[in-house]
Design a binder for this molecule. Structure first.
Ligand code: PXL
Length: 286
């Protein structure tokens, strides 16, 4: 069975990060190996949050993995607790690449959404993600994170995209953004969960590029409002399928469709938005 190291935070309530990625990776028949970057009482959209930074322990944790000769098929990176964690993770990637030259690194540069940085984070974390992108085989930012990574103005970008009625025009805007991202990574790029309103239908768009000049749109109807943790869900499905050698486009379609179903199910079950998506009783359809 393929093994995926998941470097992300552990948040006790709200279904984000490791709390969602461990069961999802296991359901996809990949062995998840968690390395926490921080331990939080819940994700940070809740009013009160108690956060324990794990930076001082992460180096020993990952170094010990290396000493024991543990090796992985993939490393999925999400939320970072501090700038120092970037250096620790980069060292780990370099050591792991020596053990397995086929290692895949998937970076979800978790920093922001809807034009705003998450609470407790600063532009330092964006810098850290920009640096980690150099080592990634695949990055999957949302639109805000993509804009931050390459210093684009999010509001201007969103307004321009909202004003494009033709896909050809939209593709030109995304090509510019993707070209800028290709200066910070040689990996494939998936820009996730771009909200679109077209006529009577709300949709979510994912934009995929595997090489220079390649740009593909993957669309799904939107089943409800955005919820915390959907990016973590998406990146984990993508990462698990990527290390199993499945094609990126079909993996994106499966991930996007599962996110849509999870949002719909959560709406049907009247789950408060802040509690994320009720995915537990949907795992069997993955
Ligand atoms: O789902 C992204 C995420 C991950 N980790 C923490 C968060 C968030 C979003 O709010 O707060 C701690």
């Amino acid at each position: 069975m393929k093994k995926l190291a998941i470097i992300n935070d552990l948040s006790g309530v709200g279904r984000s990060s490791l709390a969602i990625q461990l069961p999802v990776a296991a359901a996809l028949e990949v062995t998840p190996c968690p390395a926490p970057t921080a331990i939080l009482s819940s994700h940070t959209a809740f009013e009160n949050v108690s956060k324990a930074d794990f930076t001082d322990h992460l180096d020993a944790y990952l170094t010990t993995w290396n000493k024991n000769n543990f090796h992985f098929d993939g490393i999925l990176i999400g939320y970072l607790s501090s700038r120092e964690e970037q250096k620790i993770i980069e060292k780990f990637i370099i050591q792991q690449k020596e053990k397995n030259p086929y290692l895949k690194v998937i970076l979800d540069p978790v920093t922001a959404d809807h034009g705003r940085l998450y609470k407790h984070l600063s532009m330092d974390t964006v810098e850290a993600m920009r640096s980690l992108a150099k080592y990634a085989d695949l990055i999957c930012p949302n639109l805000t994170e993509a804009a931050l990574l390459v210093d684009f103005d999010y509001d201007g970008l969103k307004e321009t995209l909202d004003g494009c009625s033709l896909d050809a025009a939209k593709a030109m805007i995304f090509s510019t953004l993707i070209s800028a991202l290709q200066h910070i990574t040689d990996g494939a790029i998936v820009i996730t969960g771009v909200e679109e309103c077209s006529g009577s239908e709300d949709r979510l768009l994912n934009v995929l590029s595997e090489s220079e000049g390649d740009i593909r749109f993957i669309r799904n109807p939107r089943a409800g409002s955005g919820r915390p943790g959907t990016g973590d869900l998406f990146s984990c499905i993508l990462a698990a399928k990527y290390i199993k050698g499945e094609a990126l486009e079909s993996s994106c379609r499966i991930a996007a469709d599962f996110v849509r179903q999870a949002i719909k199910h959560s709406e049907d079950e009247h789950v408060p938005v802040i509690n994320g998506v009720q995915f537990e009783d949907l795992l069997q359809i993955l």
